[in-house]
Design a protein around this ligand. Structure first.
Ligand code: ATP
Ligand code: MG
Length: 392
C-alpha cells in the first residue's frame, strides 16, 4: 500500500544555517540506516521536509524499524503518493486509502489539506470540505470531529498528491554528527551501552574504548563488548572501538596498592587512557555509565576521585537513574539481552571484598605514588598496543 514516507523532525532550535546541518546529517543517517534494508530508496529534502520514496520492492516492516533507530526523527508517516488527476480522482484515492487502512469504520475524522502548489484550482478549505463530504458519503459510519479526530487525514498537494494519516513515533533527539564526538567507556555491563545511546541521542558521534585483561577475561567477554557496540551502532553509525590490554597495569596496581583501593585506582587509569584516545581522535568529552551510589566505586567520594584525573568533561547521563530505569532503557534499545550474558568483566576479577566507599583523594594519590617506577611505561605500552575495531 505504501511506497513512500514523510519524515517529521523536531524543528526547535534549528533555524538559520543550523537547519541545513541538521537536515544533511539526518539524510546521511537515514541513508546509513537504510543501507542493509532490502530495496532501493530515494531520499529528498523539500521545503523543510524529508521524503523517502521506494524505487523498488521493499520490506515495509524492516524499513520502519530501521528508521526508528535514526535520532532526529520524530515521526514516520507512511504515505500514498498519486499523480494529480483532478478532484474526483483525489476523492476516490482518499476513500480507497481509508477503506484499506481502516477496516473498522466506526471512527471520527478530519481532513487537513496543505496546498504547497498554489495553482491548484481549489483552496485548502474547499478541498477539506469537499473531501469531508465524499468520505461521509462513502462511509456513513464515519463522523467528523474537528478537535480530536481518531483519524487526521492529511492531504498535501505538491507536484504529486500525498495522502497520510499515520504517524509512527521515531526516537526523537538530534541526528548523530550535529554535536561533536564523545569517547564512551564501554564495558560488557548494562549501563555503559545505555549511556552511549543517551549521549548519541543528542547528536553526538560516539567512539568507544574497552579495557580487557587477558587471560583473566576471555575472548568471549571481548566479543560481548563488540556485540554491544554493534547494537549501539544501529543508532549511532559506525563506532571506532579501541580495545586496550589492561592486564599489566591491573596486576601492577594489585601488587603495589592496598586492595580496597584497587577499583578506584584502576578506574583512574582507565579514565587517563580513555582521555588520551579522546584527545588523539577529536572527542570533546568522556562518557561513562556511572550512577550515584550504585556500587562502591560510584559514591560521590569515589566519583570525585575518578573524576580528578580528567581534564575533559565527563558525561554521566545515568547519574540520577535507578538500576530499574537503566534496565528499562536497555530493554527498549535492545542491549539488555546481550548485557546480561555471564562473561567476566576485568573490574570484577581482582575486586576487593571490602572496597573503599569514601576514598580520600590524599590517600589515593599517595597510593598511586607507589606505581611511579613503571606505570608511565605501562600506560604508554597499553596505548601503543591498543587494537582498533570498526564496529558497524
Ligand atoms: P556497566 O554496567 O556499564 O559495566 P557497572 O555498573 O558495572 O557499569 P562499573 O563496573 O563500576 O559499573 O563501571 C562504571 C563505568 O566505568 C561503566 O559504566 C563504564 O563506562 C566504565 N567501565 C567499567 N569497566 C570498563 C571496562 N572494562 N572497559 C571500559 N569501560 C569500563
Ligand atoms: Mg561493569
Amino acid at each position: 500500500m505504501f511506497k513512500a514516507f514523510l519524515i517529521k523532525y523536531g524543528e526547535i532550535g534549528i533555524k538559520g544555517k543550523n537547519r541545513h546541518l541538521f537536515e544533511d546529517a539526518l539524510v546521511h543517517q537515514i541513508k546509513y540506516a537504510l543501507k542493509p534494508v532490502e530495496g532501493e530508496f530515494l531520499i529528498t529534502k523539500e521545503q523543510g521536509r524529508i521524503y523517502i520514496e521506494a524505487q523498488s520492492e521493499f520490506d515495509y516492516e524492516e524499513t520502519v524499524e530501521s528508521l526508528q533507530h535514526v535520532f532526529g526523527i520524530v515521526g514516520i508517516c507512511p504515505m500514498v503518493v498519486n499523480e494529480d488527476q483532478g478532484f474526483e480522482q483525489l476523492a476516490a484515492d482518499v476513500t480507497d486509502y481509508l477503506n484499506n487502512r481502516y477496516p473498522n469504520k466506526k471512527k471520527t475524522f478530519k481532513v487537513h489539506t496543505r496546498r504547497a502548489r498554489k495553482n491548484y484550482p481549489m483552496s485548502s478549505m474547499e478541498v477539506n470540505a469537499a473531501l469531508g463530504e465524499k468520505i461521509l458519503q462513502a462511509f456513513p459510519e464515519m463522523t467528523v470531529d474537528v478537535h480530536t479526530p481518531d483519524i487526521l487525514v492529511n492531504v498535501e498537494i505538491r507536484a504529486k498528491i500525498h495522502i497520510y494519516s499515520e504517524v509512527i513515533p521515531g526516537p526523537g533527539g538530534m541526528p548523530v554528527g550535529t554535536n561533536g564526538k564523545g569517547m564512551l567507556l564501554l564495558s560488557g555491563g548494562i549501563d555503559s551501552p545505555v549511556a552511549g545511546y543517551m549521549v548519541a541521542k543528542r547528536g553526538v558521534k560516539i567512539d568507544a574504548v574497552y579495557f580487557h585483561a587477558p587471560p583473566y577475561t576471555s575472548e568471549r567477554a571481548k566479543q560481548k563488548v563488540v556485540d554491544l557496540a554493534k547494537l549501539v551502532a544501529k543508532y549511532t553509525g559506525p563506532i571506532y572501538l579501541k580495545v586496550v590490554n589492561f592486564t599489566e597495569i591491573q596486576m601492577y596496581i594489585y601488587e603495589q596498592c592496598p586492595h580496597e583501593e584497587l577499583t578506584i585506582i584502576m578506574r583512574r587509569y582507565m579514565m587517563r587512557i580513555a582521555e588520551h584516545f579522546a584527545e588523539e581522535t577529536g572527542s570533546l568529552g568522556l562518557i561513562t555509565g556511572e550512577s550515584i551510589g550504585q556500587v562502591a566505586s560510584q559514591t560521590m567520594q569515589s566519583l570525585a576521585a575518578t573524576n580528578e584525573v580528567c581534564h575533559m568533561p565527563v558525561y554521566r547521563p545515568l547519574i540520577g537513574f535507578d538500576k530499574q530505569e537503566i534496565v528499562a532503557v536497555s530493554e527498549k534499545i535492545g542491549t539488555y539481552e546481550t548485557s546480561i550474558l555471564p562473561y567476566e568483566d576485568c573490574c570484577t576479577i581482582f575486586v576487593a571484598k571490602h572496597p573503599v566507599t569514601k576514598p580520600s583523594l590524599k590517600v589515593i594519590r599517595r597510593s598511586e605514588l607507589r606505581l611511579k617506577e613503571k606505570i608511565d611505561q605501562m600506560v604508554q605500552t597499553a596505548i601503543e598496543t591498543a587494537e582498533t575495531i570498526v564496529v558497524q
